[in-house]
Design a protein around this ligand. Structure first.
Ligand code: FAD
Length: 247
């Protein structure tokens, strides 16, 4: 469903990996943007002939008192939206609408959530941490949550300290980082070499009781979806948010 478009002002931005910029915006009228963890906003960018649309997952928890929304943008060489975002200074503005999307945690009680991402696809899960904490603390549920983040090299890992700290405080939450092109020999306890799917061998997947979320690179999502369905997962227990490019 279409949502109204608002002007958003950049409050601050900072690089959080060599090619990833994290940005915080407020609406020009400073009103809250009600959203659910896992949803995204769509930027409306004036192109030469038409308005172009580019979507970005909301990266912070909903209901922040300062009404800020955060996104993380990966640099795309020659990319229209990413160049615009990387060139913004605090006080600059853009137009966006939202929130959109159904990639949210549902009212359900699985034994385990397996949250899989590549790159900036981890931002919806960062947004979900507060909700995950509440569910982990509900002892009736006995929920476990596994977060698997795939990047090429260890220096591209996003929000590493936040996820490790969350795992430390919440023993039924586990965080794995997978490096597809890293050569380092000494790995820490949460680090793995390979693709995100390679971590599944350590997890003893349960097709009846696990629910898997996949977010980010469309190729990763398609191959992981094919793998999970071949193992016997029901499609309804695999939730997908593909970061498709616009054509
Ligand atoms: C629901 C949804 C949520 C999304 N959330 C995020 C998010 O949180 N963070 C984020 O960074 N992106 C996200 N994306 C992708 C984002 O919307 C843009 O597609 C991306 O930032 C590139 O836009 P651009 O205008 O900079 O590049 P464009 O001007 O669209 O593309 C320029 C050229 O680069 C190619 N290209 C575009 N993207 C890539 C890429 N990733 N890798 C290689 N080549 C590419 C294009 O085919 C084109 O040739 C999301 C997409 C969707 C659909």
């Amino acid at each position: 469903m279409a949502q109204p478009t608002h002007r958003f002002i950049l409050k601050w931005s900072k690089m959080i990996a060599p090619m990833v910029l994290h940005l915080a915006f407020t609406r020009e009228d400073n009103l809250a943007i009600p959203f659910k963890a896992g949803q995204f906003i769509t930027l409306h960018i004036e192109g030469p002939q038409k308005i172009l649309h580019r979507s970005y997952s909301l990266a912070n928890a909903p209901h922040q008192e300062d009404n800020v929304i955060e996104i993380s943008c990966a640099k795309v060489e020659g990319g229209i939206a990413s160049s615009l975002l990387f060139g913004m200074q605090p006080g600059d503005s853009l137009f966006a609408s939202g929130p959109y999307g159904l990639f949210v945690l549902k009212e359900e009680h699985p034994a385990r959530y397996i949250l899989v991402a590549t790159g900036t696809g981890v931002t919806p899960y960062r947004s979900m941490l507060g909700e995950i904490k509440q569910r982990l603390e509900d002892l009736q549920q006995k929920l476990e949550v596994i977060l698997i983040l795939g990047v090429r090299h260890s220096n591209e890992l996003l929000f590493k300290e936040e996820f490790l700290d969350f795992a430390k405080k919440n023993p039924r939450f586990k965080f794995y980082a997978c490096y597809s092109q890293e050569k380092k020999a000494q790995l820490e306890h949460f680090e793995r070499l390979g693709h995100v799917q390679d971590t599944f061998t350590d997890l003893n997947l349960n097709v009846e009781q696990d629910i898997v979320y996949l977010c980010g690179n469309p190729n990763m999502i398609d191959s992981t979806f094919a793998l999970l369905t071949s193992l016997g997962f029901d499609r309804k227990n695999i939730r997908r948010e593909k970061y498709l490019f616009s054509h």
